[in-house]
Design a protein around this ligand. Structure first.
Ligand code: ZN
Length: 319
């Protein structure tokens, strides 16, 4: 923490918004989207400026049937140059499926919480870490880049607050096998802005060469506050989920990701650039809401943009 005293929090000029809706959002939906609908959504996201899209996961189809066709989705989407198409995996079998589908990026996940890890992956964090080295070897041989994600980086529904030491232990294991991009994920929606700021400073300070990403669920309404805390700590990559869908099937009462359109709207209003275009993100979210057939946790879909309000007030004043 030698440099911490001189660290001055400031707003970033630009952040990256990674769209995780096709995986994190759809995996928890009772309505199963068809292959064609998924492909259409991902193609729209590719055309919206988003540079990173999590298109699905390679997990046991019995556990998460919504993701069973990720192989076929990967084959059918229109790949746009410069866009990273990523899948979530838990083991070598998942990585082999990613390779067979022509994907170049896969996200390994291991929970910092023992109970969540057992429920989500059927392994303790230690067992999950042990299974990493074969994945790293395979990925290197096949030219696939691995990133790491740590769900329950801040809190676990079963274990309570997760200490930064538990998180750093998983971070170290990732780094040991050559992973240089890591996401701290608040799958349970328990993180607070102060905790996010502190953990973000801690990991940035200890591992400045790692590309850090933050992933928030808005379960207790702290999602966007947590984003701003992460921004001020120096993080510039954040996940969002279209229409605010989402949740982990193995976390009780899990709710959605922060909505991509809410996050992008906030950035636009704060003059922080994003590559993901707001109006396109809003029309994708509307389509998603229509496809799943129920209201979703998106503030912008409900209330519209700030600029819409100003326009409608101006028009009302004219009449
Ligand atoms: Zn999530």
């Amino acid at each position: 923490m030698s440099n911490e005293a001189s660290f001055v929090p400031r707003w970033p000029t630009r952040i990256s918004v990674c769209e995780v809706g096709p995986r994190d959002g759809l995996q928890n939906e009772k309505t199963m989207l068809s292959l064609e609908q998924k492909v259409e959504l991902i193609d729209l996201i590719s055309a919206s400026g988003a540079r990173i899209i999590e298109i699905g996961s390679f997990v046991n189809p019995k556990a998460v049937p919504q993701m069973a066709d990720t192989d076929e989705v990967a084959r059918r989407i229109r790949r746009v140059d410069g866009v990273e198409y990523r899948v979530l995996i838990f083991n070598l079998r998942g990585l082999e499926r990613a390779e067979a589908s022509g994907l170049k990026k896969a996200k390994l996940t291991v929970s910092a919480s023992r109970t969540h890890s057992l429920k989500n992956a059927g392994k303790t964090p230690e067992e999950a870490v042990r299974s990493f080295s074969d994945c790293a070897e395979y990925a290197a041989a096949k030219g696939i880049v691995l990133s790491g994600a740590i769900p329950t980086s801040f809190g676990c529904a079963f274990e309570g607050r997760v200490s930064v030491e538990q998180v750093l232990s998983v971070v170290d294991s990732f780094i040991k096998i050559g992973i240089r991009e890591i996401s701290l994920s608040d799958s349970t929606g328990m993180a607070t802005p102060r905790q996010v700021y502190d953990y973000s400073r801690m990991v940035l300070e200890r591992q400045p060469e790692v590309i850090w990403n933050l992933h928030f669920h808005n379960t207790r309404g702290m999602g966007l506050a947590n984003v701003t805390a992460g921004m001020l700590a120096g993080i510039d990559r954040f996940d969002g989920g279209f229409a605010g869908l989402g949740g982990c099937p193995f976390i009780p009462d899990a709710s959605g990701n922060i909505a991509s359109e809410d996050l992008i709207h906030m950035c636009n209003e704060m003059e922080i650039e994003t590559d993901y275009e707001l109006d396109k993100a809003i029309s994708i979210a509307r389509l998603v809401r229509q496809l799943v057939g129920h209201p979703t946790d998106s503030f912008i879909l409900r209330a519209g943009k700030n600029s819409d309000l100003v326009r409608s007030q101006t028009e009302a004043a004219k009449n």
